[in-house]
Design a protein around this ligand. Sequence first.
Ligand SMILES: *Cc1c(COP(=O)(O)O)cnc(C)c1O
Length: 480
Amino acid sequence: MLNLRNIPAIDELLALPQVITLLNQYNREFITANLRQAVAETREHLRLSGKELSKESLIADIQERMTQLLAHSTQGTMQTVLNGTGVVLHTNLGRAPLSERALSYMQDMGRNYNNLEFDLGTGERGTRYHHVEEILLKLTGAEAGLVVNNNAAAVLLGLNTLAKDREVIVSRGQLVEIGGAFRIPEVMKQSGARLIEVGTTNKTYVSDYSNAINENTGLLFTAHTSNYKIVGFTEEVPLNELVALGKERQVPVMQDLGSGIMTDLKKWGLKEEPTVQESIATGVDIITFSGDKLLGGPQAGIVAGKKPIIAAMKKNQLTRALRVDKLTIAALEGTLLEYLCGDPLRNIPILRMLTASLDELNSRAGLLAKMLSESMDNRLVARVKIIATEDMVGGGAYPTYKIPGYGVQINFTDKYLDKIARRLRGKNPAVLTRIQDDTMIISMRTINPGEEVLLVDTLITVCQEMLDYSSMAEGNPCKD
Ligand SMILES: *Cc1c(COP(=O)(O)O)cnc(C)c1O
């Protein structure tokens, strides 16, 4: 038990010059807690290995563990990811990365006091909803707008405001579940509205809605089923017909648009998604959509439509619970300003990715393939080549549409693939790739220009680790 006695006391460790340096950077409790954990780990290591170590080696061991612990615990759990999957709006990867304009606006408003709820003209209390609304109206042609926490909240608020204790008529074909357990029937229930299903899974006609309207009807509801698609013999009522019916029978119409695209991307093959402007132009009473899907902004739920309805939504007590914070408002205004007076196709990251040309993607894939072939160890990598990819919009939009793109395909020698993919996920930034036909594919569309060097460096590091590990494990890198 002599070796355990060689472990210095915490006070002694706290007096080491290196630790004193750390005490100048971090608070004492934090350092002491990490030292205790490092000591515990060293003690456990000694117990398991039965090794006998000098006091100097023990101190070195404790300090080494301390360094690792600090690297880990001074960092939050969120970290950046290099997205090589080719899925542009990846809900698990935070959906839309923000534009520079949105980020700098958000930083400014986050760092400083601001006029969130203050009217600088009158010097009196203002409203936070004023901010985004003005730009939103200019962009969409709507009469009024409101922003809440996310689209799920916008739908809930719309239903609750217009149809609490009343009936809402919905097509059976639209009773969908959207990623993250947003189920339209469940949201209806929570809102206090009664769901009246009409039509069948594949076909619903305007007469189905019309026949279901009675004195208890509060709302005609339609959802753009952007995350799934029934193919074959289908019939849905176009929004303008539903709007005409609503006008005739004096029942408001609400559309859950889901993605909320503001720029026409038909030229780029993205045809199925109606734009926000197109929906508003039908005269629909209100529409709701997400801020962080095809709009390319922060998480938010945007409501646009008729003034009296939006005014009623603003007054609803629920709004207070669903309200957005200043950072979201700033990021959303920054994003919308890019649409209004900037260059959205170039500066909104997801729009840039979605409209990247095949030539550009091909030449970037060529460069990445070249960098990789020149630097990857051929004991691990059998082949690197450019490959045509099928990228995806993601985020529930364009469920069946594959966007042709280019990427790099890496064949690793023998069973390394899964281990390398796992280690890549463990790096900071983490690297996510697509595994297909026992190869690794990195799609260029979702890798930002300029990230290639970091990507290559990370791959080199991981391969080096595999080789180091394999020489330690006597030539079998697949043992871990
Ligand atoms: C994504 C989506 C939602 C949920 O939006 P969040 O912003 O994630 O809350 C609701 N409805 C439709 C049609 C959607 O596509």
